[in-house]
Design a protein around this ligand. Structure first.
Ligand code: HEM
Length: 331
């Protein structure tokens, strides 16, 4: 084989790359010589992925329940990757493609493009939720769910990390306490996360075991994340843009869309699944987590809003309202 100019240039670039980190190129070329070709199954860990479903019962529909939760968690992961890119101003790459760290500032264009991705993930999740609402036999669901006590999707840590990374922490606190918590520490605010209210045992009025277990496992991580993202959550990043960039209509549109996707549209289709399986005439069925879900899940009651700065008072007063009525009438 001829050592063309192109190949020589590539070798020089490689040499420079390894020299810059104190490494020896010939040793790495040896590595290339002995390395096996990459296979799809090694790269994607598909066999591992497909071995991660462990139903607790023999009802076939339980697999659907597990797999759809896993799919959702993967989309949550995609969303978090994009939020992190925005928070870190996007990655700067060197000419030869090496990671050179973070940019100094965030452009509105990059912000918009990444928000579009996150919105597309949530739109897929919202439109595919029919797999939960209509895609399982109610009789099977009502039986296998009893083997899953007291766990719940409520215990999804990524869901909470998305919230903490999108908004100022005060917007994620119990809305009755917000005025009082305005100048409180992160720890104090975390003590009043709005979702704690949703995990009260209907019979005892106390914290559910589901919530206690969740807090024990993840609370320290949530507080750490809240510290990390205090000045670089999505609304903080928006507020750090120039006044002119803050007027960017695409940007405002994508942020508002995200608020609707995460805090109204997804919660609504999700709520519909609870209505389908757990609503039965006068007396609703207890949730797996044992919670007051009817009073907690509807977005109209939660009024969870990441970017209040971008909505009018009227829009916020009517948050999720028409959706609740529609969902209930269609159920
Ligand atoms: C048949 C399907 C489903 C039903 C009946 C259902 C039911 C419920 C109920 C009743 C709650 C309130 C907490 C509790 O008592 O457990 C809840 C919370 C939650 N579930 Fe589901 N769920 C379903 C599917 C899913 C899926 C696929 C996910 C995806 C990860 C998920 C994620 C969540 C989250 C994040 C919460 C907390 C919501 C919030 O704090 O506003 N759920 N679910």
């Amino acid at each position: 084989m001829e050592l063309t100019k192109d190949i020589k240039e590539k070798l020089e670039k490689l040499d420079k790359k390894y020299a810059s980190i104190g490494q020896d190129l010939p040793a790495y070329l040896d590595g290339l010589l002995y390395a096996n070709p990459l296979h799809y199954w090694d790269y994607t860990y598909v066999d591992t992925l497909l071995s991660l479903q462990h139903p607790k019962t023999d009802f076939p529909d339980e697999q659907i329940f597990i797999i759809y939760h896993q799919i959702t968690e993967l989309y949550f992961k995609l969303a978090l990757l994009e939020v992190e890119q925005i928070s870190n101003n996007g990655k700067k790459l060197s000419d030869d493609g090496r990671d050179m760290g973070w940019n100094d500032s965030l452009s509105a264009h990059f912000f918009v493009e990444r928000l579009k991705r996150i919105n597309s993930y949530f739109e897929v999740l919202t439109s595919s939720f029919g797999i939960m609402i209509n895609g399982m036999e109610k009789e099977q669901f009502l039986k296998f769910r009893m083997s899953l006590l007291p766990s719940s999707g409520f215990q999804s840590a990524q869901y909470r990390l998305i919230e903490i990374s999108c908004s100022h922490l005060i917007n994620l606190t119990d809305k009755e306490q917000r005025e009082k918590l305005k100048d409180a520490s992160i720890e104090e605010m975390a003590h009043h996360f709005y979702w704690k209210d949703g995990a009260i045992d209907v019979k005892t009025g106390k914290k559910t075991l589901m919530l206690e277990n969740f807090e024990k496992k993840y609370m320290a991580q949530f507080i750490q994340r809240a510290h990390q993202f205090r000045d670089k959550n999505l609304i903080a990043k928006y507020q750090q843009l120039s006044v002119e960039e803050q007027q960017n209509e695409d940007l405002i549109h994508q942020l508002r869309l995200l608020d609707l996707n995460v805090n109204v549209n997804w919660p609504l289709v999700h709520y519909k699944s609870a209505v389908r399986y757990l609503s039965s005439g006068k007396e609703d069925i207890d949730a797996t987590g044992g919670t007051n879900w009817q009073k907690y899940l509807p977005p109209r009651f939660q009024k969870r809003i990441f970017f209040p700065e971008l909505w009018t008072e009227e829009e916020m007063n009517n948050w999720g309202r028409q959706w609740v009525v529609k969902a209930l009438s269609e159920s």
